[in-house]
Design a protein around this ligand. Structure first.
Ligand SMILES: C[S@@+](CC[C@H](N)C(=O)[O-])C[C@H]1O[C@@H](n2cnc3c(N)ncnc32)[C@H](O)[C@@H]1O
Length: 232
């Protein structure tokens, strides 16, 4: 992926977009927050925290939040949005040296797995900092949707470049579902739940076409709850 924080130039636009938009507010966030469950009194690590929309929701539910993101502007936005949180600029290509073993109760890693080259190394780090009774919740683009959009071999993990409708240019990994499951396994996690979310009922009023498509096609995101494997 390289060391350039690719979201930095459009961090403010991303915040305006993701605050209320269909995909984030009415599809991904409800699914991941549901998988996280009770967070009150827990210490949650928000990995690739973006502009702090998840952090805001977690703090509102009583969690203490530590957020990490590669983009300095995203971290500024988090600090403005969630003054009680602890936020750091951090490239997920690097180890999480600032966090001791077993130091967080839950890890959230929403919509950013696809920006990391060595995903197993990162997931191992997340396993290390997570308490043995903790959980990791991650979301990623649904691999079927990726394959339908980009073609080629479904099984071939590769980096592609996309220009989104807002004009944002992003490079990310395409990888089959099996690859994500294998990476979690090699990092010492057991998958507890895998969810193919449907948009919330309110989302129908925002964008009827997207609502109908994502209610019937696997072309959006998926979400996984994984727990540390006690045998490893
Ligand atoms: C699609 S946004 C998701 C933000 C947030 N998790 C959410 O769902 O609202 C992807 C985020 O990943 C961050 N990111 C991408 N590559 C990263 C890296 N190597 N290290 C840390 N953060 C990274 C970007 O800066 C951006 O904030």
């Amino acid at each position: 992926m390289g060391s350039h924080p690719q979201y930095d130039v459009f961090a403010d636009e991303f915040l305006d977009h993701a605050r209320e938009c269909f995909y984030n507010a009415h599809y991904d966030r409800p699914a991941c927050l549901e998988l996280l469950g009770e967070v009150s009194g827990r210490r949650v690590l928000d990995v690739a925290c973006g502009p702090g929309l998840y952090a805001e929701a977690l703090v509102a539910r009583g969690a203490g939040v530590i957020g990490l993101d590669h983009s300095p502007r995203m971290i500024e936005l988090c600090r403005q949005r969630v003054p009680s949180g602890e936020f750091h600029v951090h490239d997920l290509a690097d180890p999480l040296d600032q966090l001791p073993d077993d130091s967080v109760d839950q890890v959230l890693f929403a919509l950013a797995l696809e920006y990391v080259d060595d995903r197993t190394a990162l997931l191992r780090e997340l396993r290390r900092v997570l308490r043995p009774d903790g959980m990791l919740v991650l979301s990623r683009p649904h691999p079927t949707g990726d394959w339908l959009r980009h073609g080629g071999s479904y099984f071939d993990a590769r980096v592609i470049e996309e220009v989104w409708s807002q004009g944002w240019r992003v490079r990310c990994w395409l990888a089959p579902l099996e690859r994500t499951c294998e990476e979690l396994h090699h990092a010492g996690f057991l998958i507890e739940r895998l969810v193919e979310p449907r948009p919330t009922a309110e989302a129908a009023a925002i964008n009827r076409a997207s609502y109908e498509r994502l209610s019937s096609e696997p072309t959006g995101f998926l979400a996984i709850r994984a727990v540390p494997d006690p045998r490893r």
